[in-house]
Design a protein around this ligand. Structure first.
Ligand code: OXD
Length: 312
């Protein structure tokens, strides 16, 4: 029985990943693609942007596990073997990283740092009266594990937190949640700072174009750490240019890497990071992955399994 570890993106970290997986599953043979060992022995594939088409080579594959939170890099493989469970990575360290990243930008915008930076360039000394956190409403789109953790963190810092998602959800504590497309515009109209944590699915693709973005209050901010292709980038640029949206911190894009000629690169109110908001932590992720593989071996369900119907 063996595991194939495959990525086109993490090459330089592959030793760290394979060692962490070996520590978490000393009983397993772990091979790093393209060194696959006996293909008949491969039962689990642990992947991040694997070379497309390789997974159909393993006749005894039982499950495909993601090294990152999203699985779009797996389901976009046109040669994906059918009927195998695809397991997302829900890992506390990754969630923690996402929380810190979101918090960084919330504070940057909330405490007018973006403005003081511009003032510094112009040698201007203008004090803007600050807004208390309880008077600032943060809207989170996508209240899964990561979105809920970000929401709880911000609630604890006294922000007003509202949430939106496609379906009904229980037990969201102080997060004021609404769901369904008919509630989207009223949710947006209350969000001073909008954080998108939604994955890209059939239902979320192009969810926010000009009409929806105009529902945000004038002078609002956007933080996108979910996926690109949900917020229309050209419409976002229009609303940044007319100052309806004051600034945006974007970690994910319709096309990644962000093309050289994309106007977002040079917009003064746009902050770009190269999809680093929630980098998986090899030690912690390896433990979570091992737990899921051990569960499958014991006939228990791994968590969370990607649902084709929900698209995440
Ligand atoms: C992701 C990740 O899925 O970075 O985007 O984990």
């Amino acid at each position: 029985m063996s595991i194939i570890l495959a990525s086109t993106d993490f090459w330089e970290d592959m030793d760290v990943w394979s060692n962490s997986l070996r520590m978490a599953m000393p009983e397993m043979d772990i091979n790093v693609y393209p060194d696959e060992g006996d293909i008949n022995k491969v039962e689990y594939a642990v992947v991040w942007k694997h070379p497309k088409g390789i997974l159909k080579k393993y006749p005894n594959l039982k499950a495909i596990l993601s090294l990152g939170a999203g699985v779009d890099h797996i389901i976009s493989d046109p040669d994906l073997p059918k009927g195998l469970p695809i397991i997302r990575l829900v890992d506390k360290k990754l969630t923690h990283e996402m929380c810190l990243h979101a918090l960084h930008w919330v504070l940057h915008f909330h405490s007018d740092q973006y403005l003081y930076r511009i003032q510094q360039f112009n040698h201007e000394w203008n004090q803007k009266s600050s807004i208390q956190s309880e008077d600032r409403t943060i809207g989170i789109m996508g209240l899964g594990n990561i979105g809920k953790s970000i929401g709880d963190l911000l609630v604890n810092l006294d922000f007003k937190v509202i949430g939106w998602g496609a379906r009904k959800k229980e037990a969201l504590g102080l997060i004021d949640y609404s769901f369904g497309k008919d509630k989207l515009s009223s949710f947006l109209s209350r969000a001073d700072i909008l954080i998108n944590v939604l994955p890209k699915t059939q239902n979320t693709a192009n969810l926010l174009s000009k009409k929806e973005l105009e529902c945000l209050p004038k002078g609002s901010f956007i933080i996108n750490i979910g996926r690109g292709g949900i917020i229309d980038e050209s419409d976002l640029l229009i609303l940044l240019d007319n100052n309806h949206i004051a600034a945006a911190a974007l970690d994910v894009f319709t096309e990644e890497p962000l093309p050289e000629n994309n106007s977002l690169w040079s917009h003064p109110s746009v902050y770009i990071t190269p999809h680093i908001a929630g980098q998986s932590n090899p030690k912690s992720a390896a433990k979570t992955i091992a737990e899921n593989i051990h569960n499958i071996q014991k006939g228990k369900l791994p968590y969370p399994i990607y649902s084709n119907e929900n698209g995440y």
